[in-house]
Write a protein that binds this ligand. Structure first.
Ligand code: ATP
Length: 516
């Protein structure tokens, strides 16, 4: 994708709806802001992404690689509840600190994240008492506000509203016509709350988790005591998280309900920086293997002044989405969290969350180690599966007017929701029967990871076009020749090229191409 002409988000969203990848939640009631559902192809695509994460992070972490300690990386899974004891979120800092500043517009009733609002000011000099034109990047009002600002100031530049002295009465809100309609910023807690039990009072208030990580910290001791894992090791989990985002936008990128895949990797404090670097690099490499290799993917190391007090490093894997271009949006954060979370939960719960490491400490006369007691440090690669799926769709979206479908999805075969399609050229002359047999064989072998389509209706061009839009990497067509020479046409989605291969070799061919 060239940075100067990003792909059209409208076209991508239209394809997602048309082909059943993503639908607006509560669509027939007009939708609900910040919530998205996945259609048949989207649900399978997201499952494939989740499965790939599970496979490469939990079952066979880092593809069997050794970590900085010289041993194979070890990880185990966990599944925890969306609702936990409310004190969990006090300990984690979410009740007190998980706030975003928001401003409201009294004229338009619009609501904006204060730290996302930008204003146009003169390129040089002071705007004095002239109005400043607020906007939020990539919103329809941006172009309108820019025009007005240019008319007032001539050459303009854009800065964050929060970075200039508060000119509240002079600000023209992003969608407003007159100045002074924005309220001052107010802090807004992002956690959804609800009530447990029959009595609806404050004492029964609980929260929907804003991240999956905390459930892991709560069970660190249980897992260490009951599984045959020794530090260093990771505990991973995937699941829904909820944040009452002030301004959900950019399709699924910023939703109020979304899915995370998070690993908490526990290690000795002395090894934590090496593990942080290891995970940061592995996670970047992993996203590349999902099909995001290229200039649209970057690893951004946070500046020292961006870090939390307990962190010795944080990096984001960022993708250049069409709506962030030429900038980037976060797909995953990899954070060195020190021993902050375990220490907080130990303090608030009164439980000891230390680890006794029998592989450390001085050597005793009997040849054993004395052991060392410590609170482990934690490295957290925290990925978003919805942002991941969206990045894969955006990256795969390709336009080519010369093809049967002018738009198609170049999805990585591992992630593609449809793995293959079998097409009898016509529904007669024994072709459907041969096709059914091939379909059954491919389904047995590859059906656990996606659809194997079978379609004998419509022109072959239309059938190819539908598969292209669904991101199916290979189609196999049974025609008159198949019945005499036992070969089929194999069509490659990306090149559109066709070749004949023996029907007996289709499964082997697909196995090699899909890497499974
Ligand atoms: P942002 O700065 O964009 O709000 P964050 O830094 O708060 O994100 P984390 O708390 O690090 O995000 O969460 C880990 C991952 O969860 C993110 O990298 C992202 O992929 C995903 N995620 C977080 N918030 C949302 C959301 N509102 N909608 C979809 N995915 C999200």
């Amino acid at each position: 994708m060239s940075t100067s002409s990003p792909k059209s988000m409208d076209a991508i969203m239209a394809l997602c709806k048309r082909r059943g990848f993503i639908f607006q939640a509560s669509d027939i009631y007009g939708g609900i802001n910040g919530f998205w559902d996945y259609g048949p192809l989207g649900a399978q695509l997201k499952k494939n992404l989740r499965d790939a994460w599970w496979q490469d992070m939990i079952l066979n972490p880092c593809w069997g690689r050794k970590g900085p300690n010289g041993d194979r990386v070890k990880c185990v899974p966990l599944e925890t509840c969306i609702i936990q004891h409310p004190k969990v979120w006090e300990a984690s800092g979410h009740v007190g600190g998980f706030n975003d500043p928001m401003v409201d517009c009294k004229e338009t009733k619009g609501r904006y994240r204060y730290d996302h609002v930008q204003v146009y000011v003169p390129e040089s000099g002071d705007p004095s008492d002239k109005p400043v034109f607020a906007y939020v990047g990539d919103q329809p009002s941006e172009a309108k506000q820019k025009k007005k600002a240019e008319k007032t100031f001539g050459a303009i530049k854009s800065v964050l509203l929060s970075s200039i002295p508060q000119p509240w009465t002079r600000v023209i809100g992003p969608d407003a016509d007159k100045p002074g309609t924005l309220t001052e910023p107010r802090m807004f807690n992002l956690m959804f709350d609800t009530i447990t039990g029959a009595i609806r009072d404050e004492s029964n208030k609980v929260y929907l988790r804003p991240e999956t990580a905390q459930g892991v910290f709560l069970h660190f001791k249980n897992v260490a005591d009951t599984s045959r894992v020794k530090i260093p090791f990771g505990i991973g989990n995937t699941g829904r998280s909820f944040r009452n985002e002030v301004t959900p936008r950019n399709f699924t990128f910023r939703s109020r309900e979304f899915e995370q895949a998070e690993l908490e990797f526990f290690c000795h404090p002395d090894e934590s920086v090496a593990w942080y670097q290891f995970w940061r690099d592995f996670r970047m490499e992993w996203w590349k293997t999902m099909g995001l290799a290229g200039e649209n993917l970057i690893l951004r190391e946070h500046d020292k002044n961006e870090l939390s007090h307990y962190s010795q490093g944080t990096s984001d894997v960022e993708y250049r989405f069409p709506f962030t271009a030429p900038g980037f949006g976060e797909l995953e954060g990899i954070a060195h969290r020190g021993n902050y979370d375990l220490t907080q939960h130990a303090k608030h719960s009164g439980s000891k969350l230390e680890y006794f490491d029998t592989d450390r400490g001085e050597l005793l006369p009997n040849g054993a180690k004395k052991g060392e007691r410590y609170i482990p440090h934690c490295i957290e690669p925290a990925a978003g599966l919805d942002r991941g799926a969206l990045a894969l769709i955006c990256e795969g979206y390709t336009k080519d007017e010369s093809r049967p479908s002018p738009e198609f999805l170049k999805l990585h075969p591992r992630i593609a929701p449809i793995k293959a399609a079998v097409f009898p050229l016509v529904a007669k002359d024994g072709m459907p029967e041969v096709g059914e047999k091939l379909h059954a064989e491919l389904f047995r072998k590859f059906g656990h990871s996606g659809f194997i389509e079978f379609d004998e209706k419509q022109s072959i061009g239309k059938r190819y076009a539908r598969m292209d839009e669904g991101g199916c990497p290979f189609c196999f067509t049974i025609d008159g020749d198949t019945l005499t020479d036992q070969t089929v046409t194999c069509r490659d989605r990306d090149s559109g090229a066709q070749q004949r291969i023996p029907i007996s070799k289709v499964s082997e061919f697909l196995s090699e191409k899909l890497g499974m």
